[in-house]
Design a protein around this ligand. Structure first.
Ligand SMILES: [Cu+2]
Length: 137
């Protein structure tokens, strides 16, 4: 009898830990604009993150924390071990914000968000999502 109660306690513990881990899973979502929608410029881009802390880049490199980047009309970097550059289409939200207004020309655009650490190096496993939108005249 004692053994079966122990087994039950163990089972409940395992299930609880499993549920807690599922609840802590890191998720990143572009909440604005809606994917495949037609919008007008300036376009406000907003993100929602679960299980990960968004903080200013000046806070340095901290486990489980970083800031957003938006890659506009450029592919994801080939080498995700290198810091995200500061060239055209590479937007850093180093102030720790969740939203950014972008001036975009009319036409089709790809927006990809990448979360990177205080040194601008994409976090591992990568936290990224890409959407396509159309900006009308
Ligand atoms: Cu950055």
């Amino acid at each position: 009898m004692k053994v079966s109660i122990r087994s039950l306690v163990l089972l409940v513990t395992v299930i609880t830990i499993g549920l807690l881990m599922a609840g802590c899973a890191t998720k990143l979502k572009i909440t604005k604009p809606v994917a495949n929608s037609t919008v007008t410029s300036p376009v406000e881009v907003c993100f929602e993150v679960e299980g990960f802390k968004i903080e200013p880049a000046k806070n340095g490199v901290n486990s489980g924390a970083g800031h957003h980047h938006i890659l506009v009309d450029i592919p994801q970097p080939d080498d995700m071990d290198l810091p995200i550059g500061k060239g055209e289409g590479q937007i850093h939200m180093g102030d720790g914000s969740h939203c950014k207004k972008l001036q975009l020309s009319p036409g089709l655009h790809t927006l990809q968000t990448v979360i990177a650490d205080g040194n601008h190096v994409p976090v591992k496993p990568p936290l990224t999502q890409a959407i396509t939108i159309v900006v009308k005249e």
